[in-house]
Design a protein around this ligand. Structure first.
Ligand code: ZN
Length: 271
């Protein structure tokens, strides 16, 4: 078979280029149609090869284990007023609650946060904690509220357990309301609902004493008010209820909570 004439090649090249007219050019200056090299072998990078995938940076989650083990021995620091995000002040932090048998909320949230962290990091998610031990003081709630932006986080989840009347049971997820920024206006609600759904799927009942359907809009929680990233606060259960206290105090129970909370966070990140 004889070699195609130059004019035939020009027609062929024009047809190929027309067919690919919607493809983005590989470089800023496309090869001229009249280039002999382009006519002899159309660049596969121009016509057939999809652009290389854009690397996806790891997702970042801030976990905020409520309170701290040293809070009870530094009253001056813990009671000092800090901004509450709505023009007022709140104490820097509190000691948190505990079960009737003395299992503390700070110990519970610290253990739970480590379990959730390990599950998320196993999935390639970067986790930043607001405290690195259960023996320190603070941080204050305003610093906890700023942690999401500082870490450039995709989501922030604060972990707590409640201290309510003994008959009260169930978990609830709180978010800032009325919202003070775009992250609070929509994404925080979605994150809260994803956590609520995951806890429900994990077999935990919604609160029968606060909020509605497991969700609780709050205007008084500084850590939520001051956050510019999607943020939710999980009150896992009532430490003053005997049945829930037993669950929170057991490693198996905490593992169940961690599994559900990690699943809820992953559902949110996958949106
Ligand atoms: Zn708490």
């Amino acid at each position: 078979m004889s070699a195609p004439s130059r004019s035939a090649l020009l027609v062929l090249a024009a047809a190929v280029l027309a067919a690919c007219s919607t493809a983005a050019p590989v470089s800023g200056s496309p090869t001229p149609v009249s280039s002999p090299a382009a006519l002899a072998s159309p660049s596969p990078a121009t016509h057939d090869t999809p652009p290389p995938p854009v690397p996806v940076p790891p997702r970042v989650v801030v976990l905020d284990p409520g309170h701290n083990g040293g809070n009870s021995r530094d009253r001056a620091t813990v009671t000092a007023p800090v901004p509450d995000g709505r023009g007022g002040t709140k104490p820097c932090n509190t000691t948190g609650t505990q079960t009737d048998s003395g299992y503390t909320e700070h110990a519970f949230t610290w253990d739970l946060a480590q379990r959730v962290r390990d599950k998320l990091t196993a999935k390639g998610i970067t986790v930043v904690m607001t405290r690195d031990s259960d023996t320190g003081v603070g941080p204050c709630v305003d610093a906890r509220g700023a942690a999401g932006e500082k870490a450039d986080a995709d989501a922030v989840v604060s972990l707590h357990a409640d201290g309510s009347a003994p008959a009260n049971t169930g978990f609830h997820v709180a978010y800032a309301d009325p919202p003070l920024n775009p992250a609070q206006a929509g994404p925080a609600h979605v994150l809260s609902a994803d956590l609520r759904d995951a806890l429900r799927t994990g077999g935990f009942p919604v609160s029968d004493y606060i909020g509605r359907d497991g969700l609780s809009p709050r205007r008084d929680l500084a850590g939520l008010n001051l956050s510019t990233r999607p943020t939710a606060l999980v009150e896992c259960a009532n430490m003053r209820n005997a049945g829930e206290a037993a669950l929170l105090s057991s490693a198996d129970g905490r593992e169940r909570y961690a599994t559900a909370i990690a699943a809820g966070i992953q559902t949110y990140l996958a949106r």
